[in-house]
Design a protein around this ligand. Sequence first.
Ligand code: FES
Length: 177
Amino acid sequence: MDHDGDERPLDPGRRKVLAVLAGAGGCAIAAGAGGPALVLALAPAQAGGSATGRWVRTVQKASLKDGEAQRVAIVSERRDAWSVERDVVLGSVWLVLRGDALQAFSAVCPHLGCSVNAHKGGFACPCHTSAFDADGKRTAGPSPRDLDALATRVDAEGYVEVDFKKFRIGVPERVAT
Ligand code: FES
């Protein structure tokens, strides 16, 4: 029942206004409880990871063989709202050096997430036969898009760093998760 006295259900607009007011009331109560309580309540959300990737050091660029794809593990820390784990294997990527050009591809097949292998100068997925050329372009199979390329850079000590990200599988667009 609303305050007009009848029992009509609230229309969506009024329901939204009431939800906003309820949220504002909750904040006011938290603020009234004191600063430290508010900081504790906000801390987990601020500590969460982001979908924008992270630079992860892999192998020495000098260890890569020209024209030969090399799979490298992505080992880094894993954060969630409450903890940080160090030296966790987050995934793997393919590094390909051709002359001065260095490419990195996610090893996750964009179809349903199996791990792709280097195959005949390109890449192939063992699960449903998606195939990709040396530049990661899809050439066969059900994958909805090319392999996901990742940015690379070489640090001052000659190590290849990869801007590691994960992407949504099964969709034609590249959407970082
Ligand atoms: S998961 Fe790779 S083709 Fe299906």
